[in-house]
Design a protein around this ligand. Structure first.
Ligand code: XUL
Ligand code: CO
Length: 430
C-alpha cells in the first residue's frame, strides 16, 4: 500500500478547484514567455527534507513516524517507493538527493558505496517507467562525525581522501542516473574559530577538491553542470562559500570560473544579508547562474528554517532574474524545503509541494509579464542614458577628465531614483 494512499495525482484545475490537492496556477502545459511552465520551472523534490528528515529541532528529536525510518536496505527500499509515489502524485519532472538520504551508512566505505550502488540500480529501474528525472545528486559531507572539522578543508588528509572517494561514488551514481547537474554544498567547509584555522591552506584544499571534481566530470563524460551552493554560516560560524560574489572570487582564484556555476538558495541569500534577487542578479551578471533551491527562512528567528515558499512578490523578483538570464539550461527549481515538525500527515507533504508549485507559477507569470511590459528595463535604460552620450569618459585618464571638467564647467544635475514609482509598478504585476 502506498504511503500516500487515497491521494490522487494532482492536476491543474484552475481557480475554482476544490480542496488541497489541485493546482490553481501551475498548469504544466501552459505557455509563458515562449516555453511551457513545466519547461521553465523544472521543479524538483528534495529527498532529504521530504523523506529523510525526522522532524527534530534543537530542543527535541523525531516527531515524524515514517514507516521507512531505519538503518537497513529494506528501509531504504521502502523509502524509495514512497519517494517515487510522491514524485508521481505531484507530476514533478525532477528530484535531488544526497547519498546519505537514500542508503544506510555501511560499516566501511566500501559497504556504504555498495549500498549506494544498489539503490542507484533501484532508482534506475524505477526511472525507466517513471516520468521523474534527476536534477542533481550530491554527497552528504557534513552529517557524519568524521566531517566535524570539514571535508575538503579538514586538517586530516584521511578525511580529505574519504570525502574525495565519496564524491566520486556520488558523481558515478549521478552520471548513471542521467543527472542534469552535480552539486557541492560546503556543509562544514569553514571554521568554528580562527584560533585553530589556517585559512590559506583550507582554501587551497577546497580549490584542489573542486578541480578534481571538474577533471573527473570530463574523464567520465558527465555532461551535467558542476554547481557550488553558497551559504554564509550554519552549521559552521563562517563558511567559505559565503555568497555568490565570494564563490565567484574563489572560482577565479582557482581557475574554475568557466567550469562551475552556482546553485543559489533563497534562505542562504537571506542569511548572507542579501535578498534572493540580489544573489541571482549577481550570478546572472557574472555568468554563473546555474540552478535554484527554492525555500524561505523565518524572518523573525533568522534561522535557515527551509520553509516552503509562499510569497508571490519575492518569488516573482527571483524568476525575473532567471528569465533575464535566459532561463534555466541544466538548472531547475529544487524545493530544498521541509515541513514544520507538527505537520505529521502524508497529506501535509503533498499539500506543501502543491502550494509551493502554485506560488512559483504565479511568480513566474508575474515575472514574464514584467519583462514583457519592460517597465523596469526602460527605467534603467533611461537612468543610465547619460553614458550613451558621454561614455567616452571611460577612455580618458584622470588628468584628461579633470581638464575636460574644468573646461566645460558642467555642474551635475541630480535626478530622482524613482524607487517608490518602480515599487508601485512591480505591485501592478504581483
Ligand atoms: C543546506 C542545503 C543543502 C544543500 C545540498 O542548507 O541547502 O541541503 O542544498 O547539500
Ligand atoms: Co540547498
Amino acid at each position: 500500500m502506498s504511503y500516500f494512499e487515497g491521494i490522487a495525482p494532482v492536476r491543474y484545475a484552475g481557480l475554482d478547484a476544490d480542496g488541497d490537492f489541485a493546482f490553481r496556477h501551475y498548469d504544466p502545459a501552459e505557455v509563458v514567455a515562449g516555453k511551457t511552465m513545466e519547461e521553465h520551472l523544472r521543479f524538483a523534490v528534495a529527498y532529504w527534507h521530504s523523506f529523510a528528515w525526522p522532524g527534530g529541532d534543537p530542543f527535541g528529536g523525531q516527531t515524524f513516524a515514517r514507516p521507512w525510518f531505519g538503518d537497513t536496505m529494506d528501509h531504504a527500499r521502502a523509502k524509495a517507493n514512497a519517494a517515487f509515489d510522491l514524485f508521481a502524485i505531484l507530476g514533478v519532472p525532477y528530484f535531488c538527493f544526497h547519498d546519505a538520504d537514500v542508503r544506510p551508512e555501511g560499516a566501511t566505505f566500501a559497504e556504504s558505496r555498495r549500498n549506494l550502488d544498489e539503490i542507484t540500480d533501484i532508482f534506475a529501474a524505477k526511472m525507466e517507467t517513471a516520468k521523474v528525472k534527476l536534477l542533481w545528486g550530491t554527497a552528504n559531507l557534513f552529517s557524519h562525525r568524521r566531517y566535524m572539522s570539514g571535508a575538503a578543508t579538514n586538517p586530516d588528509p584521511d578525511v580529505f581522501a574519504y570525502a574525495a572517494a565519496t564524491i566520486k561514488s556520488c558523481m558515478d551514481a549521478t552520471h548513471r542516473l542521467g543527472g542534469q547537474n552535480y552539486v557541492l554544498w560546503g556543509g562544514r567547509e569553514g571554521y568554528e574559530t580562527l584560533l585553530n584555522t589556517d585559512l590559506g591552506r583550507e582554501l587551497d584544499q577546497m580549490g584542489r577538491m573542486l578541480a578534481m571534481v571538474v577533471d573527473y566530470k570530463h574523464k567520465i563524460g558527465f555532461e551535467g553542470t558542476i554547481l557550488v551552493e553558497p551559504k554564509p554560516q550554519e552549521p559552521t560560524k563562517h563558511q567559505y562559500d559565503f555568497d555568490v560574489a565570494t564563490c565567484y572570487g574563489f572560482l577565479k582564484k582557482y581557475g574554475l570560473e568557466n567550469e562551475v556555476k552556482l546553485n543559489i538558495e533563497q534562505g542562504h541569500a537571506i542569511l548572507a544579508g542579501h535578498s534572493f534577487e540580489h544573489e541571482l542578479a549577481m550570478a546572472r551578471t557574472l555568468g554563473v547562474l546555474g540552478s535554484i533551491d527554492m525555500n524561505r527562512n523565518d524572518y523573525q528567528s533568522g534561522w535557515d528554517t527551509d520553509q516552503f515558499p509562499n510569497s508571490v512578490p519575492e518569488v516573482a523578483l527571483a524568476f525575473y532574474e532567471v528569465l533575464k538570464a535566459g532561463g534555466f539550461t541544466t538548472g531547475g527549481t529544487n524545493f530544498d524545503a521541509k515541513l514544520r515538525r507538527q505537520s505529521l500527515e502524508p497529506a501535509d507533504l503533498v499539500a506543501a509541494h502543491v502550494g509551493a508549485m502554485d506560488v512559483c507559477a504565479r511568480g513566474l507569470k508575474a515575472a514574464a509579464a514584467m519583462l514583457e511590459d519592460g517597465g523596469l528595463e526602460r527605467a534603467r535604460a533611461d537612468r543610465y542614458a547619460g553614458w550613451d552620450a558621454g561614455g567616452d569618459l571611460l577612455d580618458g585618464d584622470l588628468a584628461a577628465i579633470a581638464a575636460r571638467v574644468e573646461e566645460r564647467g558642467i555642474e551635475p544635475e541630480p535626478r530622482s531614483g524613482r524607487q517608490e514609482r518602480l515599487e508601485n509598478w512591480v505591485n501592478r504585476f504581483v
